[in-house]
Design a protein around this ligand. Structure first.
Ligand code: APR
Length: 232
């Protein structure tokens, strides 16, 4: 029984990290083009570096919630048959114990050197233009995938999505591709599709099963039911 879980900002909401598209969300009051595109970075690098420095600090003081922990529990039960694909750039999945994890939109705790393409682990501010540990140039940017850039790990993720038995989408609005297309892909290859979200999202194809509610409540409930059922 192979399971692929796709997570979005909603799974980290109860850890105190803002989602993007809800009222009061990160994009409200922010011009997305200004802070999440290569062109925006060229225009005003200070604005962009400050935006991600703030988000890195917020993530560092946040803790994983019961939803992150439930997924780590399911991974311990299923091992290599389980993969979390996250659109989130925070590190709450790994701090909850997830190991088989793909950060398709990059990580706040990594920098990307525009000169040598190194991707060093990074926990400090980037606004003051620290030198790249690999090449020494002051050309570091956040290792976050912006609109118009290629997400990470698409081959591995695509293979996992087409060969899973259950595809679960958690806390994502389904507004951004290619992640938003995975439910249709999984369904086309015969997977059962499940959505765990505050409210039903605008998916390309209807999910087979929809669980509405807070991730901290619904995800542990779904995981527990699954583990109990699978180990009996
Ligand atoms: N529990 C479950 N779901 C929640 C919760 C919660 N406590 N709070 C919010 N949600 C749901 C919202 O209803 C919404 O459907 O989480 C979803 C968050 O959607 P978005 O803000 O659009 O975030 P996401 O889908 O992760 O965005 C995808 O877009 O902005 C880019 O690159 C960025 O990775 C991001 C991508």
């Amino acid at each position: 029984m192979r399971i692929v879980v796709l997570t979005g900002a909603g799974i980290s909401a109860e850890s105190g990290l803002r989602t993007f598209r809800d009222s009061g969300g990160l994009w409200e009051g922010h011009d997305v083009d200004a802070v999440a595109t290569p062109e925006g970075f060229e225009r005003d690098p200070d604005l962009v570096l400050r935006f991600y420095d703030d988000r890195r600090r917020a993530a560092a003081t946040a803790d994983p919630n019961p939803a992150h922990r439930a997924l780590a529990r399911l991974e311990r039960a299923l091992g290599d048959d389980f993969l979390v694909v996250t659109q989130n750039v925070d590190d709450l999945h790994e701090r909850a114990g997830s190991v088989r994890l793909m950060h398709m939109h990059g990580e706040l705790n990594r920098a990307l050197c525009r000169a040598c393409a190194a991707r060093p682990e990074w926990h400090a501010d980037l606004l003051d233009r620290p030198a790249c540990p690999a090449c020494g140039e002051r050309t570091l940017r956040p290792d976050v995938v912006w609109f118009g850039e290629m997400p990470y790990g698409l081959d591995v993720i695509g293979d996992a999505v087409v060969s899973c038995d259950i595809f679960v989408s958690i806390g994502t609005s389904g507004a951004v591709y290619p992640a938003a297309g995975y439910v249709a892909l999984a369904a086309a290859y015969g997977a059962r599709t499940v959505e765990l979200n505050l409210e039903p999202s605008d998916a390309d194809v209807p999910f087979d099963e929809v669980w509405s509610g807070l991730a901290s409540v619904v995800v542990p409930r779904w995981v527990d039911r699954f583990i109990v059922r699978d180990t009996r």
